[in-house]
Design a protein around this ligand. Structure first.
Ligand code: PLP
Length: 412
């Protein structure tokens, strides 16, 4: 979806936008004038986005816009973003390899740390090969454009992440979107398609609803219609399947399945890894423009990622704590009158309250109590399903979650 990062903006401080303070000294600069009118219109409709400023480290308790809050809106599901083991790995790598990669991967920027991480990642998720991109956004652009040319067709769940939508558009392929999880509609689109190459692209865990795509049923369709299946597990890697993410055994074994994990969420670092058949990885090295035409990410990040994978692999205690928080929240809010938790088993726990004003009221009132929970409204989510998007982390304490449950009951 186009605007998935309403993020933690809701309710924090009034607008302090830079653009509002500037004026056009230049006369006759119509493009800038129109842009300023556009900004004013966004502000008038309360659709303007801004960036709350974080001080210190990411975590369950953060200082944001100068205010201490318990944060229920990061994607740092395992609490690894500021973990001492990762910080130590970063320090060690910094001493060994400096800061910048200095060149693209195909020139001299492909460091041993990148290379070792790819091998370890492929082994961990049970695929034969992997490729490390600088971000998930870039990975999605690179993979979809490399596999789906102008004569291809891309089939996408309507609730897919914005980067998958942009990727399909950039590819120039025909682009068909099906209703969320509506595999019957997907099948009729596949049946009608005359494209030679077909690619089904889906989020594995949907970021606004927290629900999980039916991987094996998607794979059945991919097999029946000779399509690739590209699964974006940005929110599942590290959390689901003992940390290995949401792939099923069949999907792991299938050469049709291309798996994406982003590494700035549960993995706590930055980047994204694509795991697939070795020839797919080779093809991406040749053709994925967002891989080829960019400077490699700092190798120290890859060193951190190796440590992060070790933490994920041995992270049962973190996942158990996280699952405990999910269960506590769901039990605690089961009889809440102001809203209903969506049926989610992931750390994304949306509390649907319906009306936009009510979602905002709750978000603001929670913030007054030092609890940061964003209100997500249409058009990010369907009309009438405004919600508080609660995300939980192993970094939360039992008491953090209890405070949120108690506050929501008091505000009902
Ligand atoms: C966050 C996210 C991305 C983008 O990953 P970045 O590494 O943040 O660029 C892609 N897909 C989904 C589903 C995401 O949630």
């Amino acid at each position: 979806m186009a605007n998935r990062n309403d993020g933690c903006n809701a309710g924090i401080h009034a607008d302090r936008s830079e653009a509002g303070k500037r004026s056009t000294a230049v006369s006759g600069f119509h493009a800038l004038t129109r842009l300023q009118q556009g900004l004013a219109a966004l502000k008038a409709e309360h659709l303007e986005r801004r960036r709350p400023v974080l001080d210190g480290a990411q975590g369950a308790h953060v200082a944001i816009d100068g205010r201490r809050v318990i944060s229920f809106c990061s994607n740092d599901y395992l609490g690894l973003a500021a973990d001492p083991a990762l910080v130590a790995a970063a320090h060690a790598a910094l001493d060994a390899c400096g800061v910048g990669a200095g060149a693209a991967h195909l020139i001299t920027g492909h460091h041993r740390f990148h290379h070792d991480f790819e091998a370890a990642f492929a082994r961990f998720v049970g695929k034969p090969a992997a490729l490390l991109f600088s971000t998930g956004y870039m990975a999605n652009l690179g993979v979809v454009t490399a596999l789906a040319g102008r004569r291809a067709e891309v089939f996408a769940d309507r609730l897919n992440h914005a980067s998958l939508v942009d990727a399909a558009r950039l590819s120039g392929a025909a682009f068909s979107r099906y209703r969320h999880l509506d595999l019957a509609q997907l099948e009729s689109q596949l049946a009608k398609s005359t494209a030679q190459d077909k690619l089904i692209a889906s989020d594995l865990v949907f970021s606004m609803d927290g629900d999980i795509a039916p991987v094996d049923a998607l794979l059945d369709l991919a097999e029946r219609y000779d399509a690739w299946l590209y699964l974006d597990d940005a929110h599942g890697f590290g959390v689901l399947g003992g940390g290995r993410g949401g792939l099923t055994g069949r999907a792991r074994a299938s050469d049709r399945v291309i798996y994406l994990a982003t590494l700035g969420k549960a993995a706590g670092v930055s980047g994204a890894a694509v795991a697939a058949h070795p020839d797919v990885v080779d093809w991406l090295v040749q053709k994925a423009r967002s891989y080829v035409y960019t400077t490699a990410s700092p190798p120290l990040l890859a060193a951190c990622l190796l440590e992060s994978m070790h933490q994920i692999e041995t992270g049962e205690a973190r996942r158990a704590r996280l699952a405990g928080h999910v269960a506590r929240l769901r039990t605690g809010l089961a009889d809440l009158k102001t809203g209903t938790l969506m049926a989610s088993a992931t750390p994304i726990q949306p509390l649907v309250v319906g009306a936009n004003a009510e979602a905002l009221r709750l978000s603001r009132a929670l913030l007054e109590r030092g609890l940061l929970v964003p209100a997500i409204r249409p058009p990010t989510v369907p009309e009438g399903t405004a919600r508080l998007r609660i995300t939980l982390s192993a970094a939360h304490s039992d008491d953090d979650v209890a405070q949120l449950v108690e506050a929501l009951h008091e505000l009902a």
